[in-house]
Design a protein around this ligand. Structure first.
Ligand code: PEP
Ligand code: MN
Length: 449
């Protein structure tokens, strides 16, 4: 990959409006930081992005299923070895449940190593009689509610890059260094207190063990099969163009441009304007890309997005991540899927059951009901089932920790419990147990597909 040469002619959107960008200080500092970023090594390689694209093409055909998950907003201070390990372990456990329960290959993609920038519904936040710039993610400003903390600081772009690099380094070590070996499927569960989700997982892990013993006895050599290493890809919302543009490079094999900030990037519901900079950006890179789609999306607009982002109709290139809300998905999703299917475009359909189900609890926390999350996924499977189309995956906000951010689940987290351990700086995440429970339920839906 050649570096830093993409700021020339090929990738420019000087006249296109870019929504949700911070107001950086006008002192040349962001330009300097962009130059520094442009000279830093890529975080991922084009060839890896191509592999993910071909896996997503499998998902579009119903031959694999995407599990995409992680924090709403990664935080610099939370990028510790323990937190990263626990998030990876959660994804691996969920993937084991889905793979085993539905006999389907699972494509594992983290909202990880770059998920630092947040779109906001308001530019400012008011507490009492103080109004300050909104928190836009650690890559822009600090969560603390003081004028200094909330001032956008371009140096944070560099810290986001280095935090992503060290996170990805550990992800690569965990996924290739033995931790992800399926023969450790029991160990991933160790340390969790007994309850229904963990007991169910333990019993499934015993079945997997037995199946592997059986196959070993039959002569399958697990030492030389790729069980000890798993593929885990990185993804984030391509929101902040001052980060993405200098981390866009030309692949020396092909001369094509790739985002090298992550394997998969998506454009959010709030920045997917047809004449906007974000769709223009992703249409110029070769990575597999996603576009979030809310309940009010117009089917013709979706077709125009396909024309712009995937004019070649390349399998695996474009994923629609629908986030409709449990109450709307059964009514709103069918017309979009029908229109796209009629057009012949090979889109991957993925369900984000989080963002359409957010509300403020009586005690004032931003939260989600576990049952609504499950119901939206159920509606997603029902719609695709009745249209004869493919439900290609789920996209969830989760953590490996025992936080109390979403209500319900078999632990029955109540509004009064939210204060116990509410740690998200942005949207509420499923905790470890809720994530496992969701994966058992989705495995049932998937095996009935
Ligand atoms: C998100 O994924 O955290 C997000 C902001 O999603 P959406 O684009 O659906 O609002
Ligand atoms: Mn979110």
């Amino acid at each position: 990959m050649t570096s830093g040469d993409i700021t020339g002619a090929q990738l420019q959107w000087p006249d296109l409006p870019a929504a949700q960008q911070p107001e950086w200080p006008q002192d040349g500092s962001v330009e300097r930081v962009r130059e520094t970023l442009a000279a830093l090594p890529p975080l991922v390689f084009a060839g890896e992005c191509d592999v993910l694209k071909s896996r997503l093409a499998d998902a579009a055909r119903g031959e694999a299923f995407l599990l995409q998950g992680g924090d709403c907003a990664e935080m610099f201070e939370s990028a510790t070895a323990d937190n990263i390990r626990d998030r990876i372990r959660t994804l691996l456990q969920m993937a084991a449940v889905l793979t085993y329960g539905a006999s389907t290959p699972v494509i594992k993609v983290g909202r990880i190593a770059g998920q630092f920038a947040k779109p906001r519904s308001k530019n400012t936040e008011t507490r009492g009689d103080v109004t300050l710039p909104a928190f836009r993610g650690d890559i822009v400003n600090d969560f603390a509610f003081t004028p200094e903390a909330r001032r956008p600081d371009p140096e944070r772009l560099l810290r986001a890059y280095h935090t992503s690099a060290s996170t990805l380094n550990l992800v690569r070590a965990f996924t290739t260094g033995g931790f992800a070996d399926l023969r450790r499927v029991h160990e991933w569960n160790r340390g969790f207190i007994a309850n229904s989700a963990y007991a169910r997982y333990e019993s499934m892990a015993r079945d997997i063990d037995n199946a592997m013993k059986f196959m070993t006895a039959c002569g399958v050599d697990f030492e030389s099969t790729p069980l000890s290493a798993v593929e885990l890809f990185s993804s984030h919302e391509a929101l902040l163009l001052d980060y993405e543009q200098p981390l866009t490079r030309i692949d020396s094999r092909t001369g094509d441009a790739y985002a090298v900030s992550g394997h998969f990037v998506w454009v959010g519901e709030r920045t997917r304007q047809l004449d906007g900079a974000h769709l223009d950006y992703v249409s110029r890179i070769k990575n597999p890309v996603g576009v979030k789609v809310g309940p009010d999306a117009d089917p013709d607009e979706i077709l125009r997005i396909i024309d712009q982002v995937d004019p070649e109709r390349e399998p695996g290139r474009l994923t629609f991540i629908t986030r409709m809300g449990a109450g709307k998905i059964r009514e709103r999703l069918p017309r979009l899927v029908e229109k796209v299917t009629e057009s012949g475009a090979p889109a991957v359909w993925v369900c984000d059951p989080m963002h359409g189900n957010t509300f403020e609890s009586a005690s004032g926390y931003k939260t989600r009901e576990f049952d609504d999350v499950v119901d939206e996924v159920r509606g997603f499977f029902e719609v695709h089932g009745s249209l004869g189309t493919i439900p290609g995956g789920i996209h969830v906000e989760l953590t490996g920790n025992d936080v109390t951010e979403c209500l319900g689940g078999s632990e029955k987290i109540l509004d009064a419990d939210l204060a116990t351990r509410y740690e998200s700086a942005c949207d509420p995440r499923l905790n470890h147990q809720q994530s496992l429970e969701l994966s058992f339920l989705v495995a049932e839906m998937l095996s009935a597909r």
